[in-house]
Design a protein around this ligand. Structure first.
Ligand code: 13P
Length: 251
């Protein structure tokens, strides 16, 4: 059975104090139980990782939202995968559309980041997804194919098995407009087939593919009910512990 995962991407929100309070609220809410086989991960800003690591039980995963392409050196303002791992975090989001768009991160850089994460024993949560124009032009599968092929280029099967994929259509992020369950399943099925071609059917069958984009307690169940949707990468709704855990309980 594939791992079911609900991950909260806090983006650039919360002060340290607010972040610690949110992490405590997530922990307390999770104590009242989660469906079998569902893992919860939180991805706060870098500045909060160490403090939040002390608050969270080991059953809740901790993720960064980005990492540098290099391990150390003269890269003012960057944070390396090695530094992230040293906080006790186990995951890192790579290739979020906001990084691709606002910070001009290229497929080549994202591929370096995936390698950096893996070589520091962090699990990459690798994001892909088309924008509205690409969706309307009907080229969304080609766009996602290219992002995955280039982002995971050179990653062997053993390393691929450690990766989590997140499909986040850009037009659904923060817009209140969710992909329909059919649109989500179409893309998740497409991605799994692509991964089966790149690796093999068994490896593709085991990888968790999360959906992201305006996922909330009111729509999570119908999205998660799809065969190839293994959970969600949650933005806005992850800033409220009750909503976030309600999403995790939607399986
Ligand atoms: P929203 O849930 O706010 O649409 O954000 C989705 C997202 O970008 C998660 O990474």
């Amino acid at each position: 059975m594939r791992r079911k995962i609900v991950a909260g991407n806090w983006k650039m929100n919360t002060t340290l104090k607010e972040g610690l309070e949110l992490a405590k609220a997530v922990k307390e809410n999770a104590e009242s139980g989660l469906p079998d086989g569902v893992s919860v991960i939180v991805a706060p800003p870098f500045t909060h990782l160490t403090g939040i690591k002390d608050v969270l039980p080991s059953s809740i995963g901790l993720s960064a939202q980005n990492c540098a392409t290099d391990e150390s050196g003269a890269f003012t303002g960057e944070v390396s995968a090695k530094m992230i791992a040293s906080t006790g975090a186990q995951y890192v989001i790579i290739g979020h559309s906001e990084r691709r768009l606002y910070f001009r991160e290229t497929d080549d850089e994202l591929n370096k980041k995936v390698n950096m994460a893996l070589s520091n024993n962090l699990t990459p949560i690798f994001c892909c997804g088309e924008n509205l124009e690409e969706r309307e032009k009907g080229i969304y599968t080609e766009v996602v194919k290219k992002q995955i092929e280039l982002g995971l280029s050179g990653i062997d099967k053993d390393d691929f098995k450690k990766i989590i994929i997140a499909y986040e259509p850009v037009w659904a992020i923060g817009t209140g407009k969710t992909a329909s369950p059919e649109q989500a399943q179409e893309m998740h099925g497409y991605i799994r087939n692509l991964l089966a071609e790149m690796y093999d059917a068994e490896a593709a069958d085991k990888v968790s593919i999360l959906y992201g984009g305006s996922c909330k307690p009111s729509n999570a169940a119908e999205i998660f009910a799809n065969e190839d949707v293994d959970g969600g990468l949650i933005g806005g709704a992850s800033l409220n512990a009750a909503d976030f855990l309600a999403i995790a309980r939607s399986f």
